[in-house]
Design a protein around this ligand. Structure first.
Ligand SMILES: [Fe+2]
Length: 298
């Protein structure tokens, strides 16, 4: 296993610091990433902004608010001076990197599966950023193994059930409409954070919807995330969507996780409802939102 996940301490819903043996991997060196950057740009799978973004910048709007006008390959080749943050998105769209993502996730899967079955929707994300660049505060749907390859960064993380940092309503909106509008930064969040000081060879595990924010050190940084969904992330998503539906008809829903019994009943009802709805959509030629595919669609 090149990501060192300890079966004894791994908890799918807790942030954890980890070590790894990926820092020298040829696919993660800058020359390979410049080439990947060209291919990802052609696929429209590059997200970038300048170093002017701050912790409180809207994650969704950062590329528009603080544009980096240079092409991916140019930015990556001169990342020390580019004053840019760049993410090569969904690198599983690239056959070479898909094989790499599979190798690494196949290695950790037996440990993950024991506590969190149903790994699917695999994806890879490579972050390359200039010195002293910040990744704005946000959260994502996927479980995330995040590994530092080059340079240093301070990864601020918060537990996925920390409702002081991200409210139940913000979780609900995020799951229901993928909006991060209620996931907002406050300086006093720092006091509640678990901070991982990342250097090459160190990394972490962040469960689905763990809020995070990143401050790069004084050198260029390369980081890779291996992400996926499981049965439990899909179940939690469905519960939040159900709660959002209840709220729309004027019922204040019980928070997800507050009552296991209620969650179980709600999930059973929502699953049959969703299956029936999907049957009708398929029969009438409409698209169905499928989050149980082996890879995240790029
Ligand atoms: Fe993220």
């Amino acid at each position: 296993m090149r990501i060192h996940v300890d079966p004894a301490t791994f908890d799918p819903w807790k942030v954890q610091a980890l070590t790894h043996a990926l820092a020298d991997h040829p696919l993660l060196q800058i020359d390979a990433l410049v080439e990947l950057g060209k291919r990802q740009q052609a696929r429209n799978l590059v997200r970038t902004h300048s170093s002017d973004a701050t912790a409180g910048t809207s994650f969704a709007d950062a590329p528009k608010l603080h544009p980096n006008e240079r092409a991916a390959a140019t930015t990556l080749a001169d990342i020390a001076n580019a004053r840019a943050w760049m993410s090569l998105l969904n690198v599983q769209a690239d056959p070479t990197y898909r094989a790499f993502i599979d190798e690494i996730l196949d290695e950790v899967r037996p440990v993950v599966d024991r506590k969190d079955a149903g790994m699917c929707y695999r994806a890879g994300w490579i972050f390359v950023s200039s010195p002293n660049t910040v990744t704005p505060f946000h959260m994502d749907h996927e479980h995330n193994f995040i590994m530092q390859i080059r340079g240093t960064k301070r990864l601020y993380t918060w537990e996925p059930f920390d409702r002081e940092t991200v409210s139940e309503r913000a979780q609900e909106l995020f799951h229901d409409s993928h909006s991060r509008d209620l996931v907002t930064w406050r300086e006093d969040h720092r006091g509640r954070a678990r901070v991982l000081e990342l250097v090459p060879g160190l990394g972490g595990y962040m469960p689905s919807t763990s809020p995070h924010m990143v401050e790069n050190g004084p050198e260029p940084s390369v980081t890779i995330s291996f992400t996926y969904y499981t049965d439990s992330t899909r179940r939690r998503e469905l519960l939040y969507r159900g709660n959002a539906a209840l709220r729309r008809i004027g019922i204040e829903p019980t928070p997800v996780g507050a009552s296991l019994g209620r969650d179980r009943v709600k999930h059973a009802v929502l699953s049959s409802f969703t299956s029936a709805k999907n049957l009708v959509r398929r029969a009438t030629g409409r698209s169905v939102r499928e989050n149980d595919q082996p890879y995240a669609p790029a």
